[in-house]
Design a protein around this ligand. Structure first.
Ligand SMILES: Cc1cc2nc3c(=O)[nH]c(=O)nc-3n(C[C@H](O)[C@H](O)[C@H](O)COP(=O)(O)OP(=O)(O)OC[C@H]3O[C@@H](n4cnc5c(N)ncnc54)[C@H](O)[C@@H]3O)c2cc1C
Length: 403
């Protein structure tokens, strides 16, 4: 890893979400120090669940955080269980209990986001994270980046990693600073207490109900204490103006009027839902400029229809830390290698995630019938093997550092 005489670079990470903290943790594991600047006064995640696919679980295990995460994670037996909106007919389902480990050497889990963030935070050395630091500008002068914060403080570093999410400030350094576009879709998220959830929703299963213009995903989290609901619906014209992070159960129910009564009952049992705009950004042709780069949603926000956004941020973190550790003498070159290793994969994921929204939301008719038939003809665990079998160590061995 680090050569004896090479000065270790000062690394600044902007953003303390899953991606930023994973970067700090992987850098620490690779023998590099970093400082994370997070705008919020505390580290927090939205009160919702997350699917940890085998490609993410593999890296979390390498980071040493799978043990503590498993105390609350749910190991799925069934995944991608697609059901018809009207009557719950199962169109397709994956046997994760046996196939997942056999194919990928790892299982698929569901977790509460706060639990994931907390176990990653514990893998970051004390004193790494500086809270309440909102970066307003990143500039590069004579090859050295500096960051300005909203209280006027200016800090320098050898490398700046923008892990500051879909509204990234750092993105403007490497690409057109245009704001993210509104996708026209919104996401409802809610938790249902396990004791109020019907038994079909308490199974160790990730279920997707698909129908015209909408779909809803549910799975248990937190040892089954909650069932996580996430649903996608058209945002509607007036919602753009009155956009809030809160919705009512009534608004959520209205979107699923006429759907299978079992699903309607599940929504009715939900705690206060949140409602978010789904933003859209075209893939970037590059993520790095000199000593500045991007990671996670700042680099490649994607529709959540393959449940891969956080997994890709974790993969970025694992690859980036190794690139910097193996080429500490030339961080800009290390960042170019990181970008070359990662960009084609995340671009492909952005594309397939985008396409999935049309497929999941087909109106009833010939297209929908063809889709439903195709479910029986393909095995997504095999078709999507390129997503789940990815191992950064293997990818990097195929393209070693130039220096
Ligand atoms: C409905 C939905 C469901 C999803 N489900 C899944 C799933 O099942 N599995 C999965 O892998 N992914 C899923 N994703 C995607 C996943 O949530 C994101 O890809 C992931 O959280 C991105 O992490 P990040 O660290 O890159 O960005 P963020 O989580 O957005 O973190 C960015 C951090 O930067 C901070 N910040 C922002 N600006 C500044 C600034 N100027 N200065 C300092 N700090 C700043 C923010 O406060 C925040 O803490 C889902 C997404 C959605 C919307």
């Amino acid at each position: 890893m680090l050569g004896a005489k090479v000065r270790t670079p000062e690394i600044a990470i902007l953003g303390g979400g899953i991606g930023g903290l994973a970067a700090a943790a992987f850098l620490h594991r690779a023998g590099l120090r970093s400082t994370v600047y997070e705008q919020a006064p505390v580290l927090k995640e939205v009160g919702a669940g997350l699917v940890v696919a085998p490609n993410a679980a593999r890296l979390l295990r390498r980071l040493g955080v799978m043990g503590p995460l498993l105390r609350s994670a749910v190991r799925l037996d069934v995944g991608w269980e697609f059901r018809r909106w009207q009557d719950g007919t199962i169109l397709s389902a994956e046997d994760l209990a046996t196939a997942c480990e056999r194919l990928y050497g790892e299982h698929t889990y569901t977790v509460h986001r706060a639990d994931l963030l907390e176990v990653i935070r514990r893998a970051v050395p004390e004193g790494t994270v500086r809270l309440g630091r909102r970066c307003t500008e990143v500039t590069v002068r004579d090859g050295r980046p500096s960051m300005r914060f909203d209280d006027g403080e200016v800090a320098g570093a050898d490398v700046v990693i923008g892990a500051d999410g879909v509204h990234s400030v750092v993105r403007g350094v490497v690409a057109d600073p245009r704001p993210a576009a509104f996708s026209g879709l919104c996401a409802f998220r809610a938790l249902v207490p396990g004791d109020r959830a019907p038994s079909f929703a308490r199974r160790r299963a990730q279920t997707l109900w698909i129908g015209p213009g909408h779909h809803l995903v549910h799975y248990p989290i937190s040892e089954g204490r909650f069932v996580n609901l996430v649903a996608f619906a058209p945002a509607g014209d007036d919602s753009v103006e009155s956009w809030t992070a809160r919705a009512t159960v009534g608004e959520f129910l209205r979107e699923f009027e006429g759907w299978d009564p079992r699903l309607v009952d599940l929504i009715r049992a939900a705690e206060t839902p949140g409602r978010w705009a789904l933003l859209d950004r075209a893939p970037l042709p590059r993520w790095s400029r000199g000593p500045v780069t991007l990671l996670g949603d700042a680099a490649h926000p994607m529709f959540p229809f393959f449940a891969q956004g956080a997994a890709q941020a974790i993969e970025d973190a694992a690859v980036l830390s190794r690139c910097l550790a193996e080429d500490a003498a030339d961080p800009a070159r290390a960042l170019r290698r990181y970008e070359a290793l990662r960009l084609p994969r995340t671009t492909r994921l952005q594309a397939v995630s985008h396409a999935r929204s049309d497929i999941n939301h087909l109106p009833d008719g010939p297209g929908q019938r063809a889709r439903d038939t195709s479910f029986t003809e393909t095995d997504p665990l095999v078709t999507n093997g390129w997503i789940y079998e990815y191992d950064p160590d293997v990818a990097m061995a195929a393209e070693p550092a130039a220096g």
